[in-house]
Design a protein around this ligand. Sequence first.
Ligand SMILES: [Fe+2]
Length: 170
Amino acid sequence: MSAPDPNTTTASAPSTDVAPETAEADVTTGLNALLANATVFYQKVRHYHWNVTGPHFFTLHEEFEALYTFWNDAIDEIAEQVRSRGDRPVHTLADVLDLASLEEDPSTPAAEEMVEVVIADLAALDEQVQQLAERAEEADDADGAATVLEDLSEQIEEDRWMLRAWLNDL
Ligand SMILES: [Fe+2]
């Protein structure tokens, strides 16, 4: 007859349950990362609007204004998507820079180079928006983030196309 093992424990196995809200939280985190990139982009385009020079001044000064005006509204919509999920939109510039993958431009490039930078940033934003739209569709997208993101992607693609046409890069 063996003595009972004093080391026997009833420790439970680690839970493998995935919280149902995980996918939704993932979308919220992604929306804040997008908000950070959109904020960096917005400020960069304002900088280009203010500081562009040369024979394309009138065209680009106006085009950059149209672009940052669009992103001003887009930023607001993205932030409201974060709020509607019960989270806080990233709002301090320090946190924005921490979270963003896009980089600020402390330099003042020549006009054509500004357009090249804007096109590259729009490509990065579009990829981020599309990946997030897919995740939103997979999650319980009760707040309609996927629709907001798909509309955003459509506008980004149109702007990319027009800027590439201006650069003669089609
Ligand atoms: Fe202005």
